[in-house]
Design a protein around this ligand. Structure first.
Ligand code: IPE
Ligand code: IPE
Ligand code: MG
Length: 237
């Protein structure tokens, strides 16, 4: 990984990734789609390590959307099981590297109880770590998150004139999480697909043709280098 071209004082605090293109990666090789998901695991944990080396404090990845339930039941079942196994395989190593593991998403009845328990265990194990906060968006939808925030506000009896942007932000899944500075989407698709709708209001967007299973630390560095060339204005001049 070539960190030469990176200004360490201006790395994004928070990078979010839409890990896309696993199915196409597998199809190109004549393999089942699930082989692409399996190959994506290596990319993910390389990116976690690269993020730590770059000094990034927050990394959020889109692992399963509220819309992904529309996929064939076999693929959905495979993904649920794979995410559970992958977490079990990796959590000790993440913990050792000082990674705090968190989850964002709806915990409805579609998510198996055992997986919820594993998520809670991984979060509890790593709760005191501070090197990197690694958030896995699972059964996550940006619109669902805003709906859930509004429901909490109403349930708390907050009057209409007290509802402002800060109040909504405080009721999102992780109120401590800073907005992403940079969002990366792989596989050549130029869309958001219901990821972090509220939070990415002013994020810089980086799109690459690379399919997720081929994504490596060097691609993360390339995205950060491009980010450092952008001028962020937040509506000002
Ligand atoms: C992203 O890869 C992983 C998930 C959505 C779970 P895809 O499975 O969407 O791969 P493509 O887009 O079909 O290539
Ligand atoms: C977005 O990818 C969701 C994840 C990466 C988990 P999709 O492949 O589901 O998005 P669309 O359907 O192409 O918009
Ligand atoms: Mg896709």
């Amino acid at each position: 990984m070539d960190l030469e071209a990176i200004d360490p004082r201006r790395v994004p605090a928070h990078i979010a990734c839409v890990m896309d293109g696993n199915g196409r990666w597998a199809e190109k090789r004549g393999l089942p789609r699930t082989a692409g998901h399996a190959a994506g695991e290596e990319a993910l944990y390389e990116v976690v390590n690269a993020a730590i080396d770059l000094g990034i404090k927050w990394l959020t990845v889109y692992a399963f959307s509220t819309e992904n339930w529309k996929r064939p039941p076999d693929e959905v079942r495979w993904l649920l099981n794979f995410n559970e196994q992958s977490l079990l395989r990796r959590q000790a190593e993440l913990h050792e590297r000082g990674v705090r593991i968190r989850f964002a998403g709806r915990r409805d009845r579609k998510v198996p109880r055992r997986l919820v328990r594993r998520m809670d265990d991984a979060s509890a194990l790593t709760a005191d770590n501070r090197t990197l906060t690694f958030t896995i968006a699972f059964n996550y939808g940006g619109r669902a998150e805003i709906v859930d925030a509004v429901r909490k506000l109403v349930a708390d009896g907050v009057p209409a004139n007290r509802i402002d942007e800060r109040a909504i932000a405080r009721h999102l899944y992780d109120p401590d999480m800073p907005d992403p500075d940079l969002v990366i989407r792989t596989s050549g698709e130029h869309r958001i697909s219901n990821f972090l709708l509220w939070e990415l209001a002013y994020s810089e967007l980086f799109f690459t043709e690379v399919l997720w299973p081929d994504f490596r630390g060097e691609h993360l560095v390339e995205a950060v280098r491009e980010y450092q060339q952008r001028e962020r204005r937040f509506g000002a001049i």
